[in-house]
Write a protein that binds this ligand. Structure first.
Ligand code: SF4
Length: 398
């Protein structure tokens, strides 16, 4: 059995929308969760049936090494609803006994009893959206939780046997000082999560933050301060025993998120649910965004005959050319600050030399100090980590 695939489930429900968030998620729609769970089960079945049609009935079932429930707020689903989803997954896929099974959770939505049930169902990793330890910052972000909720969530998770936790943080907030950010990171490190993600805020149009910024009501985040916060974070977390393995992600040794590594290594994953994206069988595809349309399509047999990995929920798909795959591998693989792009791995995967395809781009980025060779691995320099988008854009053209 191979464990080559990852499964991502998008759960687009939140108790309320945070002021900076532009994810595909909806507040006040919890009444549709039962129907949504049924639709997800239909989509799993559709993927499983299309897969066996494409491979033949005697082919071994597809192995799954990681499962990730993201959102939105997946912790709004009840344990029974997860049980039903797992039952469908196991009916069509071979889930590895060592699979990493992650849940994204909002610290204000979990309890000891809930976590105990999740652990019994097989979840073994939780990623909490902590964001900040500062009450004023959490209020400005319009989060529903406070820092004590984060402390409780971590404590309850430990008590119920979770030994693999991530805490998400945001820096570069309007009016956030370097000291307030350092205070947040130090408090979070004090909780000793196995994994920490730190993302710079981007003010997106269409969010309350975007509207306030357009009216001049929100002070603009200072990009120089955000860079200083990021550089300090790299040094501090390294000194605390965390290994930076991706531009925005740090882990205790061996605790990298296997699910996200699958994305960054540009390997196959199925995306299920409203607004989910997937990359499998040579297709890059995305599902319909709106919950109502997702539910309607789930029951509509006119959409049932698309080839694997597409489903009745798929609205956009593109069959990747080898060139697309090579470009995407550069863009995602260079995010891996430690691993980078292996020249030998590239040659084995694509049957062509890395420098033959991207020699010009690599030389240019080396010359300006954003990329460097270490042995046969091509990696971002420290400056390249700060200017990642500039690096990735070089590989998009042509
Ligand atoms: S909880 Fe997360 S997904 Fe939901 S609105 Fe807030 S930031 Fe967005």
């Amino acid at each position: 059995m191979s464990n080559d695939y990852s499964l991502y489930f998008h759960i687009p429900f939140c108790k309320q929308r945070c002021a900076y968030c532009d994810f595909n998620t909806y507040a006040g729609r919890e009444d549709t969760i039962p129907a949504y769970v049924d639709a997800l089960r239909n989509e799993i079945k559709a993927a499983g049936v299309a897969l066996s049609a494409s491979q033949g009935k005697s082919a071994p079932r597809l192995g799954v090494g990681t499962i990730f429930f993201g959102g939105g707020t997946p912790s709004l689903l009840a344990p029974d609803q997860f049980r039903d989803i797992f039952q469908s997954i196991r009916a069509f896929f071979e889930v590895s006994p060592q699979a990493e099974i992650s849940l994204e959770a909002n610290p204000g939505t979990v309890s000891l009893a809930y976590l105990r049930e999740l652990r019994a169902l097989g979840f073994n990793r939780i990623s909490y959206g902590a964001q900040s330890a500062n009450p004023n910052e959490l209020r400005m972000l319009e989060r529903i939780h406070n820092y004590n909720d984060v402390v409780d969530a971590v404590r309850w998770s430990r008590r119920t046997g979770f030994d693999n936790l991530n805490l998400d943080l945001i820096y570069g907030l309007p009016e956030q000082t370097l000291i307030s950010w350092q205070n947040t990171v130090k408090l979070i490190v004090g909780l000793r999560p196995e994994h920490i993600s730190a993302y710079a805020l981007t003010v997106e149009p269409g969010t309350p933050f975007g509207r306030w910024a357009a009216k001049g009501l929100l002070p603009s985040p200072d990009p120089d301060l955000a860079a200083e916060q990021y550089e300090w974070t790299m040094d501090y977390l390294t000194a605390q025993g965390y290994v930076q393995y991706e531009i925005s992600n740090w882990a205790l040794p061996g605790r990298e998120c296997r699910h996200n590594l699958q994305y960054w290594r540009n390997l196959d994953y199925l995306g299920l649910g409203a607004g989910a994206h997937g990359y499998a069988g040579g297709y890059r595809y995305s599902n319909v965004l709106r919950i109502k349309t997702y539910l309607n399509r789930s029951a509509d047999s006119r959409f049932a005959d698309l080839p694997f990995p597409l489903s009745q929920a798929t609205v956009h798909w593109h069959r990747n050319t080898p060139r697309d795959d090579m470009q995407e591998t550069m863009m995602t693989g260079l995010r891996l600050t430690d691993e980078g792009i292996s020249a030998e791995g590239f040659r084995q995967r694509f049957g062509v030399d890395l420098l033959e395809v991207f020699g010009k781009e690599i030389l240019k980025l080396e010359t300006v100090g954003l990329l460097k060779w270490e042995g046969e691995a091509l990696r971002l320099t420290r400056r390249g980590r700060l200017l990642g988008n500039q690096v990735f854009m070089e590989f998009v053209g042509g």
